[in-house]
Design a protein around this ligand. Sequence first.
Ligand SMILES: [Fe+2]
Ligand SMILES: [Fe+2]
Length: 215
Amino acid sequence: MEFSYGRRLDLDRCITGFDTALRTLFGDAVAGRSSPAERVAEDNIEPATRRHAAALMRVNHCGEICAQALYQGQALASSNEATKRTLDKAAGEEADHLAWSAQRVRQLGGRPSLLNPLWYAGSFALGYAAGLLGDEWNLGFLAETERQVEEHLQGHLDRLGDRDTKTRAVIEGMRREEAEHRRTAESLGARELPDAVRRAMRLAARAMTTLSYRI
Ligand SMILES: [Fe+2]
Ligand SMILES: [Fe+2]
């Protein structure tokens, strides 16, 4: 009985996950909380800066698509209910990031990356694989992902400098919460990943960011 109950729950999660994937990729993301940019007035920015900011936000939007896929893959594979709840809570905040970055891309006159479905599929597979390795590695992968995203977002803040305060507000808001996600994963017992894995993750992230800046 227990076995079939467990299987039914997993099937529920599969169906929900598939529905979430379609809405993440093709639906209009709706934020549960208002964007940090809403409290900030629009700067008078030059067209070149505007295009640059739109491309940076396209990269960040693509990153948030990946975050959705990673979290969903990890939650689906994890067998620990506490971990699943933590992943679901963080995924909710990531859903806001997705909506905020989509909104900012549009405001800047840009469009989402055409490669999003590809990155989604790859990230989901990675997340699922990490989830199968057990909780400590699953959380370790999550913590390392968030650490690299934090660094990446700081890089975008540095590249923008003091231009485009509204875009900066979105990026800063996301960076703060990515740090919180990392700390949560660490406090739940995340293991430190081997150097080679961390380097491979950086390489994959670089491919994603370089391509989604342009395409
Ligand atoms: Fe995020
Ligand atoms: Fe995060």
